[in-house]
Write a protein that binds this ligand. Sequence first.
Ligand SMILES: Cc1ncc(COP(=O)(O)O)c(C=O)c1O
Length: 481
Amino acid sequence: MSDEKSFHMTSDEFRRHGHAVVDWIADYRDRIESFPVLSQVKPGEVRAALPASAPLHGEPFAALLKDVEKIILPGVTHWQSPNFFAYFPSNNSAPSILGDLLSSGLGVQGMLWSTSPACTELETHVLDWLVPMLGLPEKFLSSSTGGGVMQDTASSAVLCALLAGRERATSFTSNEKGCDGRLIAYASTQTHSSLEKAAMITGIGRTNLRLIEVDKDFAMRPAALARQIETDKSAGLIPCFVCATVGTTSSNAIDPVPQIGRICRQHNLWLHVDAAMSGTAALCPEFRHIHNGVELVDSYCFNPHKWMFTNFDCNCFWVADRKALIRTLSIQPEYLRNQATESGAVIDYRDWHIQLGRRFRALKLWFVIRHYGVEGLQYHIHRHVQLARQFADWVKNDDRFKLAAPVPLNLVCFRHKGGDAVNQTIMECLNHSGDLYLTHTKLDGKLTLRLCVGQTNTQERHVERAWRRIREEAEKAAGLA
Ligand SMILES: Cc1ncc(COP(=O)(O)O)c(C=O)c1O
């Protein structure tokens, strides 16, 4: 043994500091309601508290944790606070944190089956579990023609879907020759901006993304889609892809997938369903209708990292025809060749997404499903929807406010009748107070407040308090207006 200093943390130190970190996280979870939900720091404040250059000499671990408390924590917006009602949830849970920690501890890179068989096989298995759990079609099972894969985000999933749709429509020639500007993709005006980005990246082009009008409930009008496809075909263009959304970001609208699916079948277009947040609701039989028509789609994704108690990042993406996806994304450099791949008996997930390397994401989702069981997950999702509906009733029964969209699940879009400026003031005052955090959108051209119930620990008392605080700020804002 050499006496040379290794600089590494010893196993004993790791054990000690590891316990301290787990204790810190447990304490953080216990005291989370004492922090302002939205970080109150000003731009540059976090950096100003950090030394200008990296330390030459290593520092004691206690100093690191101290700075997390002193410098980092004030700059954190507390997504795990039960008073977080903004955007969409990005929730976690204790089993998920522990699963993620194990994934870091194992530190495997699962680009190929052979680079860590458990990483691939657990992922395939958990994604197969989820198919019946969510009422998805059997064609998504790995034992059928399709299969599931974990992506980092819904943005990556829609990019892969659009690439596969592009390739299928061009008999797999656009990967070779590029696009000639005639391929057209479709989505509603309410579709998440990740599709616009995917249109840019895939070479489809932003102007070849048709945004189809929506009905009064902000769901895509299938007749308008059909008309636009016919118009484009008549002009010599090549429709290739439609994205339908189950639970739009702005208002939680649910596109009519059965009708859209039939149109896509008729014209042989790739249909992707983005159910980023709302797909989780289908765990409950009473909300499974949101998946009506999914038997007609080519691909589907949802984010357990939004509403299913699994920390970021964790997107589940399924395709009906895995061969089309693999043919779209597969490349075979010599240095990745191995016997297992050549045998054809294994899945190599590197061919199912953009990047090569991949972490062991399935562990945290496996832990979540096994810890809660299906009944535990259903209990919390059902409860969140109940709380959102209760809040919507309060809004409906207060004649100063009105609902701005239907409330199919856990998102309530509403506004004070006093106009945009009053709503803006209410939101800013609430967020500045640190008591809760909510965000806005525009519906029918009007500023609309969004209250999304989905944080793991949100209970009735949090939603009640949010409503009380909203009314308090509304009184002040209406008085000023
Ligand atoms: C409907 C929908 N799709 C996609 C996304 C993007 O999610 P991600 O961050 O996983 O790419 C969101 C996020 O708000 C969303 O609401």
